[in-house]
Design a protein. Structure first.
Length: 594
């Protein structure tokens, strides 16, 4: 019987197996088919390919690489890379490092131009690795390259957009709610320097003189250059008739773009002042951008920016133009937000000035000085950024010779609070001059306040002092108690039972009697002296007594005794209320020693 030979398996077909073997030309690594495939892969690859020998001479340049280099392969083969592209020595040095060390260079971006395209900039992503034979002999370097110009441009646009959005968000956060001109200007300058400019300044039309343009602030990215910038801009007179710059922009309301600032232009602004011109030249302005600050149809200022210079060697003309346009738009957006914030600050300042003027005009211009007594008062409006309140005080001498002291606070802010305060003080003065006791004065005031067209809440303290004996009657309508300083007992807070504030229908008020000894001092004040955001009123009252102790001791030791005016100033100083969040009123009466 004839045996059929077994059929070869897949395992039999593997190289090294004893079974059947492929033909020799299928295993020869240098066979014509494989060489053809390698050449086709090189020429048809979408990735550029270069092969260098150990002298960095071109040995192979595929079609894609020749296209990216805009140079025929035949013009490169056999040439050294230093000779073919001398502008790329930095890249050549990195390839030499790969050849010497064997450390590959992966996904490295190279930006530059190619022959015949001087105005076009390309970006390529390169990788390089050393070639060796099986024995370890170095054969050369292979370089692969892919053009990523479009991808990198898109990435730059995304980064620029994100940066712009981030800056505008910061502008909105910093400028919203600001009611102080100085802080608003500082915030604007911090947004644009150093983000888009080496330095920047803000000029504003003077509120008191619309024909005068004043410097509101300036900022330099280099702190060492800040004194120079301040000195130059302070000496530079800005006027509406200048041909360019902040004055010209304020006069026209149009943006002034100065891409090439020349010495002649600066000399025109210096107007013959050699020292000023030298300082302006030292600021090294090459590109100036001035945008108007406009709100409600009125241009009242200008934001000037010394734009950051671009790196011409790395930027194409189109990219540089796009960058400048983006910078212009960004500065314009910031200026729009800044103008709204500054306009709000200007309006607030006007209202604040009116309210303070009204407030001061409604307070006593002169205080009485009855025999044996020293009377003084101080009123401080809240710091800029807060509205004027309704703090008031009163001091008068009745027909019977008694001294009436009163202090109070209308709850609320602005002109309305000041107006209500004026009505309450006038009524209080009238009731006191009629000879009513403190509790009776408060009852009458409460009826008047309740009858006002708009509801108001008023705190008040009234004291009537017998200047001969020192006895005084006092009534309190929801107001902080006064401080009493006695020569032998020190400084104490008078314990009084407060009745409800004024403005509550049917409220009842009582009074009690206390004594002001010879040499003693009575300190009346509003809550702004003892209360703040970080200090409750209870802690403030305790601190006031404690801090005034040494002041009274020092004043009492003086030859002339305790001065009411000195106590007023000391109360504000020791409580650190020179720039208080709220209005502060202090009324002090001192009885002379026997």
């Amino acid at each position: 019987m004839t045996q059929t030979p077994p059929r070869p398996t897949a395992q039999d077909d593997l190289p090294g197996h004893d079974g059947p073997r492929p033909q020799d030309d299928q295993l020869d690594p240098l066979g014509e088919a494989l060489v053809s495939m390698l050449l086709a892969a090189s020429e048809q690859s979408p990735t550029g390919l270069l092969l260098f020998d150990t002298n960095l001479r071109y040995r192979l340049v595929n079609a894609q690489m020749a296209s990216m280099a805009n140079t025929p392969a035949a013009d490169l083969l056999g040439r050294a890379v230093h000779d073919a592209f001398p502008d790329y020595d930095a890249l050549t040095s990195r390839i030499e490092h790969v050849l010497e060390t064997g450390e590959p260079l992966l996904s490295f971006d190279v930006t530059g131009r190619v022959p015949g395209e001087s105005d076009v900039e390309h970006t390529w992503s390169l990788s390089a690795y050393r070639l060796t034979d099986p024995d370890g002999t170095v054969l050369g370097v292979a370089v692969t390259s892919t053009e990523v110009s479009a991808e990198r441009a898109l990435e730059q646009e995304r980064v620029a957009l994100a940066r712009r959005l981030e800056l505008l968000a910061a502008a909105g956060a910093l400028l919203s709610g600001s009611l102080d001109e100085h802080s608003t200007v500082e915030k604007v300058l911090s947004l644009v320097v150093p983000a888009v400019g080496t330095w920047a300044s803000v000029h504003l039309v003077d509120a008191a003189d619309e024909h005068r343009i004043r410097l509101a602030g300036a900022r330099h990215a280099d702190p060492a250059q800040q004194p120079l910038l301040d000195r130059v801009l302070s000496a530079l007179e800005v006027t509406a008739d200048q041909p360019f710059g902040a004055g010209h922009v304020i006069a026209t309301g149009l943006t002034d773009d100065l891409p090439r600032v020349t010495p002649d232009m600066l000399a025109a602004l210096a107007d013959g002042d050699d020292a000023l011109l030298t300082g302006m030249l030292s600021l090294d302005v090459t590109h100036g951008l001035v945008v108007p600050l406009t709100a409600r149809g009125t241009t009242f200022g200008a934001l000037s920016v010394s734009v950051l210079p671009t790196e011409a060697s790395r930027e194409s003309v189109a990219a540089e133009a796009q960058g400048l346009v983006a910078t212009h738009e960004l500065v314009a957006d910031v200026a729009t937000r800044a103008a709204l914030a500054l306009d709000s600050a200007r309006l607030y300042t006007q209202q604040y000035t009116v309210a303070v003027t009204l407030q001061r005009s409604l307070l006593p211009q002169h205080l009485p000085q009855p025999s044996g007594m020293d009377v003084a008062a101080v009123y401080l409006p809240g710091a800029a950024g807060t509205e004027v309140g309704g703090d008031f005080y009163e001091a008068l001498v009745r027909a019977d010779g008694r001294l009436v002291l009163a202090i109070g606070d209308v709850m609320g802010r602005g002109v309305r609070a000041a107006a209500v305060m004026g009505q309450v003080r006038a009524a209080l003065r009238g009731y006191a001059l009629e000879g009513h006791n403190p509790d009776s004065v408060l009852r009458r005031l409460n009826v008047m306040v309740c009858a006002m067209e708009e509801t108001s809440i008023v705190t008040c303290l009234v004291a009537v002092v017998d200047t001969t004996t020192g006895a005084f009657d006092v009534a309190v309508a929801g107001h902080p108690p006064p401080v009493l300083a006695e020569p032998t007992k020190g400084c104490v807070l008078l314990r009084l039972e407060p009745d409800p504030p004024l403005g509550l229908p049917g409220a009842e008020y009582g009074s009690c009697r206390r004594h002001l000894p010879a040499g003693g001092t009575l300190v009346l004040f509003t809550d702004g002296l003892v209360e703040s955001r970080d200090q409750p009123i209870g802690d403030g009252l305790t601190a006031l007594c404690h801090r005034l102790e040494p002041v009274f001791a020092e004043e009492a030791s003086a030859d002339e005794g305790v001065s009411a005016a000195a106590v007023c100033a000391a109360a504000v100083r020791v409580m650190e209320r020179s720039r208080a969040e709220d209005d502060v009123a202090v009324l002090v009466a001192t009885r002379e020693p026997r």
